[in-house]
Design a protein around this ligand. Structure first.
Ligand code: NAD
Ligand code: WQD
Length: 339
């Protein structure tokens, strides 16, 4: 079955393409390269043995999306990764985020309206803000968004719900990712941050390789065991596999409408634990200092993954060691083979 993978040359999309092929699906990638590199297509070919179908297309272009949908009538499912995702940038340029993340979603839903299509959406644990109860379950209240980016995920879930309520033939699964990190075991694909990384793990690996002077740990006086923030880090390969599980669930006759699932390990790790795990696994001593807290950071969050285990029949297989070793292998690969 052909699966449209929007944003399929990006970080999570590219890893999901590999898992789709492994599960017997035929991915068709659409990406406008706004945050990805066309050479990822060749890297994917090295892993899966052939170059997947690829269309360079901006999903905000309604005409182009309609033409694409007409030219690929056999699409049986959509995994919609394409979006802007930098939280800080979204605060400075909210319209850029609302335009891209909403136009692309609406154009896509509109292009396939009337079809019985399985639709998987990339959501985020950001919808929970700082949960009152940990681990956080899918029925926890969605908190007032802390950023326009977070708001795009909350409103997108409402849009998807409304589309189902209006009687559409879609079957929609929204996946709320916790913190995706790591890289494919081949070290041929991984995260490719543009400019200075905002996220912890790419900042760690770029510091270790010498691209950055030092890592600043954003605060050590939080109400957590070691004072630094706690997150639920999930290996991107496990995350890719969860998308296959979501498609399989949506394909079942018994699945109807719209549902949401947490994708995490169910376990929290502090920033300092991640730093230690990186040092232990790689043998590299990391230059870091403790700095002030970062504005907008939630103190601690990790997911309850019982529903994913029971209904998606999926759970993570890889731990923090594999996350760190694969992220490091990818950073070293990039140093020797710049893309
Ligand atoms: P990414 O930036 O690496 O991938 C997104 C891809 O979409 C890029 O290749 C980009 O070029 C493409 N794209 C963006 N706008 C487009 C448009 N208008 N038309 C066509 N292509 C477009 O990001 P990622 O980390 O792989 O994230 C994928 C999805 O998961 C996003 O929706 C993101 O919000 C969500 N998510 C990511 C994280 C994370 O920490 N990485 C966490 C939770 C949710
Ligand atoms: C992790 C921890 C930082 C960098 C973001 C988005 C969220 C979701 C995932 C998309 C935090 C600390 C970081 C550094 C540090 N994305 N840190 N020094 O903020 O949990 O989540 O990505 O949906 O919406 O907000 O991830 O990797 O930025 O930070 O100490 O240089 O690492 O304070 O505690 P975050 P992150």
């Amino acid at each position: 079955m052909k699966i449209l993978v929007t944003g399929g040359l990006g970080y999570i999309g590219s890893h999901t393409v590999v898992e789709l092929v492994g599960a017997g699906y035929e991915p068709v990638i659409v990406d406008n390269l706004s945050n990805s590199n066309i050479k990822i297509l060749d890297q994917l070919a090295k892993i899966i043995g052939y170059k997947p179908a690829f269309y360079e297309l901006d999903l905000c272009d309604e005409r182009a999306v309609l033409d694409f949908a007409a030219s690929e009538p056999e699409i049986g499912g959509v995994i919609h990764f394409a979006a802007y995702k930098a939280v800080g940038e979204s605060v400075k340029e909210p319209l850029k985020y609302y335009r891209n993340n909403f136009y692309s979603l609406i154009n896509l839903l509109n292009a396939y309206k009337g079809k019985a299509l399985n639709f998987v959406f990339s959501s985020s644990c950001t919808v929970y803000g700082q949960p009152d109860v940990l681990p956080v379950t899918e029925d926890a209240p969605v908190k007032a968004a802390q950023s326009p980016y977070g708001n795009t995920k909350q409103i997108a879930e409402e849009i998807l719900n409304d589309v189902i309520a209006a009687g559409s033939n879609y079957k929609i699964i929204s996946l709320r990712y916790f913190n995706p990190v790591g890289a494919h075991q081949s070290a041929l694909i991984g995260e490719l941050p543009l400019g200075v990384p905002q996220n912890l793990v790419p900042f760690i690996t770029q510091t270790a390789i010498g691209k950055r002077d030092k890592l600043t740990v954003f605060g050590n006086t939080y109400n957590t065991p070691d004072g630094s923030n706690v997150r639920d880090y999930i290996h991107v390969v496990d995350l890719g596999k969860a998308h296959v599980a979501a498609l399989k669930l949506a394909e079942q006759d018994s699945f109807k409408g719209f549902d949401v699932f947490n994708l995490g390990t169910g376990k929290g790790s502090s920033v300092l634990e991640v730093v230690k795990a990186f040092e232990n696994v790689t043998g590299v001593k990391l230059n870091y200092e403790i700095g002030p807290p970062r504005a907008g950071d939630v103190e601690q969050v990790w997911g309850d993954v019982t529903k994913s285990a029971n209904e998606l029949h999926w759970k993570t297989e890889l731990g923090i060691e594999e996350m760190m070793s694969s992220a490091w292998a990818w950073e070293k690969y990039l140093a020797e083979n710049p893309l």
